[in-house]
Ligand binder design. Structure first.
Ligand SMILES: [Zn+2]
Length: 217
């Protein structure tokens, strides 16, 4: 039996609710991340001479087509997530970590060369680290969707010369997140002080509530 409240719901409200739910469903299924999360993994596997491992990782993640035609547009966040998981499952731990780190450094270098305008690069390099690092962190947070998909990124001061980058719902989390750590390390070292160090004290893939990175600069 419908309650009085349900019976009184105007049809427009019912339609609105249904449309909203549909839009949310599509949104959830449509989160995308930058193609570098895939292409730089290919580059790192090639640089390591891991041709067979590359084929196994990409085919087992359902991404074999990218071996012939690497993505040039944003990709569904599940694809790099599956690829990084497959790398962990199929490679020796030290090999998987080294390749994820190299892919992260390559991604950071690509972002610097292609996504940060030359004048902004020049200004960041000229500024002292205490000014450049927070500016860079804010820029990273603004473009967070390119590397964490449906995750939410927040940046805050975390003590003297220390910033915290927190990713809730990190779609690409792997234990210790070596790829993310290397991306951040390259960005901060090249643009906000060569001494910048990144640590990852809390990680979703290790049971923590969120992925929390600390950048000391
Ligand atoms: Zn993590």
């Amino acid at each position: 039996m419908p309650s009085c409240a349900q019976a009184a719901t105007p049809p427009e409200a019912v339609i609105y609710e249904a449309v909203t739910r549909e839009a949310e469903t599509q949104e959830i299924g449509a989160h995308r991340v930058g193609p570098n999360s895939v292409t730089q993994l290919i580059a790192a596997l090639d640089a390591a001479g891991e041709e067979r491992l590359k084929a196994r990782v990409f085919h087992s993640a359902g991404c074999g087509r990218y071996l012939d035609a690497p993505p040039t547009e944003m990709v569904p966040e599940q694809e790099p997530a599956f690829l990084h998981r497959a790398l962990i499952d199929l490679a020796a731990p030290e090999t998987a970590a080294a390749i994820a780190i190299d892919a992260g450094h390559r991604t950071g270098a690509y972002v610097i060369a292609n996504r940060i305008p030359a004048p902004a690069r020049a200004i960041l390099k000229l500024l002292p680290a205490r000014v450049a690092a927070p500016m860079l962190a804010k820029a990273i947070a603004r473009h967070a969707w390119t590397f964490c998909g449906s995750g939410a990124v927040a940046v805050r001061d975390a003590g003297p010369r220390t910033l915290e980058i927190r990713i809730d719902g990190n779609a690409l989390a792997t234990p210790g997140c070596p790829w993310h750590g290397a991306v951040f390390e390259t960005l901060f070292r090249r643009l906000a002080g060569a001494r910048a160090r990144v640590s990852h004290p809390e990680c979703m893939a290790r049971g923590d509530a969120a992925c929390r990175f600390e950048v000391r600069y």
